[in-house]
Write a protein of this length. Structure first.
Length: 349
């Protein structure tokens, strides 16, 4: 980010903030070539600034605020392939897009650096590197995720603890705004995918194919129904159009006609004796359907009766086999008793 790398700096410069697992924060100065042509040939010079800041626990996130407490977004530019063949477009110059003033005169004499680790959060004043605010977030647990987000036209630090608590702290004063028990981390998927977004929202993967969305803002909760999408748009039913002759003739919708009206003797004349004549049955189609339904019903009932008879025969076979097995076992046992007492006298019993 664009910040003061050393205490004696009078202007911001490109810096790389590095946080370690032991709570050490190192600031590295990046020396970028000023010209675009030199940027393609000369490398970026990286040098340690000598600034070392310390916190408790592994460092999770950084953020930079200007002197008014507004979040300073890092500068960026859209990457484009220099070897792409775009004949229809003009050659675009590389332009550095800045979201906030970068000179020390516009930003005042200092800016705030927000650093959050697994145990505590600190706010430093730059370039003096004075620690202004310290807040010990947790002692018995540790943070899984921490993000600096915008909420209600302000900036706050949102934290998700391993014991399931969601906490928010004001910036730069680090005053506790919210501490609520939401969800204990029982699945590592939640710990790996949990993230905070702006306007009091958070997301995480509750399963490999499901995203859980939550909010900790009352304003967002009040407007939730207005933000829900619809699968369709309600439209009033239009009035029926007048049916024209051509549309009735070539239209796809069916219309009921009388057979005698179309092909009767009154319209088409008397038919020849060699042509087949339609003789309607007594019951018509409905009668045929009723007869077929009756036959199908009889067949179904006969099939059910056969299934029940087969089931009863199977149960009878099982009972017969069980009785035969019991009789065989009794016969065997009686034979063993007879052999045992065959040669014994009456006084030996």
């Amino acid at each position: 980010m664009e910040s003061f790398a050393r205490k004696n700096d009078s202007a911001v410069s490109s810096c790389l903030w590095v946080g370690t697992g032991l709570g050490m924060v190192l600031i590295l100065s990046l020396n970028l070539p000023a010209s675009d042509d030199l940027r393609q040939s000369e490398p970026v010079m990286v040098s340690p600034s000598g600034t070392v800041l310390t916190l408790k626990g592994a460092v999770l996130t950084f953020a930079c605020l200007d002197c008014m407490g507004t979040l300073t977004h890092p500068p960026y530019e859209v990457w484009r392939d220099p070897h792409s063949a775009d004949d229809g477009e003009k050659t675009r110059k590389r332009k550095l897009v800045m979201h906030s003033p970068t000179s020390s005169q516009d930003m005042g004499d200092h800016q705030f650096a927000v650093i959050c680790s697994e145990k505590q959060a600190k706010v430093f004043s730059l370039p003096s590197q004075t620690c202004l605010y310290v807040h010990n977030i947790t002692e018995t647990s540790f943070l899984l995720r921490a993000d600096v987000v915008t909420l209600c036209n302000s900036v706050c630090l949102a934290c998700f603890c391993a014991n399931g608590h969601i906490m928010t702290l004001s910036l730069p004063s680090l005053r506790p705004l919210l501490d609520i028990n939401y969800l204990p981390v029982t699945d590592m998927r939640i710990a790996r995918t949990f993230c905070f977004t702006n306007e009091g929202q958070a997301l995480y993967l509750s399963s490999p194919t499901e995203i859980q969305r939550l909010t900790y803002s009352q304003e967002m909760c009040d407007n939730l129904q207005d933000m829900l999408g619809d699968l369709f748009t309600p439209v009033e039913t239009p009035e029926a159009q007048n049916r024209g002759f051509l549309k009735g003739l070539f239209g796809g919708s069916g219309q009921a006609f009388d057979r005698e009206e179309l092909f009767g003797e009154a319209t088409a004349g008397k038919a020849s004796r060699s042509l087949a004549q339609h003789i309607p049955g007594s019951g018509g189609i409905e009668g045929v359907r009723g007869a077929a339904g009756g036959v199908i019903g009889d067949l179904t009932r006969a099939r059910i009766a056969l299934d029940e008879r087969g089931q009863k025969l199977g149960e009878l076979d099982e009972r017969t086999a069980s009785m035969m097995a019991s009789a065989e076992a009794f016969s065997k046992h009686a034979h063993e008793v007879m052999l045992k007492y065959k040669d014994k006298k009456w006084y030996q019993f």
